[in-house]
Design a protein around this ligand. Structure first.
Ligand code: 13P
Ligand code: SF4
Length: 305
């Protein structure tokens, strides 16, 4: 048996013995897919976390995703295999910065992208992900909406909403670096391909899209669309997921790598289950408040599908 297969079978055996579930984000390495119980985008992973009856959740993604799973399951053990698999954008708005912004706009609702800390979520009215950001903002009664931390996402939502969006200055270092000329170059090379763009990209990149959506929505779009070729404008790992699901279609990636998402490997996942490390720990009061914002988001998602 190869070293990889032996790691996979050890992980799968320990998962069963310990009643653990493995939740895996689309951007993870393809070998991690092989030990996944569920692979998805941020919203789908939150939904899975909310309904699991496993005793242990091993989360292969980045910190804010594992924290959301803990907020939704405060009595379960949630493990993140690599402690510093941290999304830099999630640290770009602190609780105090959000409190200051709220003081400046007392009538505004607060929407925090799930890519935030638990402390920031706790000061928010509702969370959103890339797949429901427009529905979440438009579901609110307030006319003014503070939207943190991703400025590109806020600007995209503004194009789809009559609300007055008050953005913050956060950004994803992977998506914000993608340029319109890169996308045009890819379109020239693959003229028949559909262009799918993640909304963390700049607006001039979004303007070149056939469809703007979350990572998993790219998968559903490509499955249903009759086109056979797609240019995928997001972290390049997404293409691995698409190729796995649709080997008969062609997917072209752009150079864009999230180093933090790639920190999980099969050996670190095995160590995580064997030694039950690293448990996600969040203050109970923070969990209670952050849970309200996450539950409201899940409620909007149920309504709008
Ligand atoms: P999705 O919710 O679309 O998977 O996005 C998560 C993310 O971190 C994008 O950079
Ligand atoms: Fe965070 Fe960007 Fe990586 Fe997504 S791709 S986890 S937003 S740094």
């Amino acid at each position: 048996m190869s070293e990889m297969n032996s790691l996979i079978s050890k992980i799968n055996r320990l998962k069963k013995e310990n009643n653990a579930v493995m939740l895996v984000h689309n951007y993870q390495r393809p070998e991690i897919y092989k030990v996944a119980d569920f692979i998805g985008d941020s919203l789908e992973l939150s939904k899975e976390a909310a309904k699991t009856d496993a005793d242990i959740i091993v989360f292969c993604g980045v910190d804010f995703m594992a924290e959301s799973a803990k907020i939704l399951n405060p009595n379960k053990k949630v493990l993140i295999p690599v402690r510093d698999a941290q999304c830099p954008m999630a640290g770009m708005v602190t609780r105090q910065e959000l409190l200051n912004l709220k003081k400046q706009h007392p009538g505004a609702a607060v929407v925090s992208y799930v890519n935030t800390s638990a402390e920031t979520k706790a000061e928010s009215d509702i969370c959103c992900t890339s797949s429901n950001c427009v529905d979440v903002v438009n579901s609110l009664p307030e006319k003014e909406v503070i939207f943190v931390p991703d400025e590109n996402l806020a600007k995209y939502v503004q194009t789809k909403s009559d609300k007055e969006i008050i953005p913050w200055k956060g950004f994803c270092y992977v998506h914000s670096k993608i340029t319109a000329s890169q996308v045009k170059e890819a379109k020239n090379l693959h003229s028949g391909a559909k262009v799918l763009v993640h909304p963390e990209c700049p607006l001039d990149v979004i303007a070149l899209a056939d469809h703007v959506c979350s990572t998993s929505q790219m998968l559903y779009y490509a499955k249903e669309n009759e086109a056979n070729e797609f240019i995928i404008i997001t972290e390049h790992g997404m293409v691995e997921r698409l190729k796995l699901e649709m080997p008969e279609k062609k997917f072209y990636a752009i150079i864009a790598t999230c180093i933090q998402q790639k920190k999980n490997t099969l050996p670190t996942v095995l160590r995580s289950i064997e030694e039950e490390i690293y448990p996600v720990e969040i203050d109970r009061e923070i969990i209670k408040k952050a849970r309200v914002a996450l539950d409201r988001m899940l409620e909007v998602s149920r309504k709008f599908g």
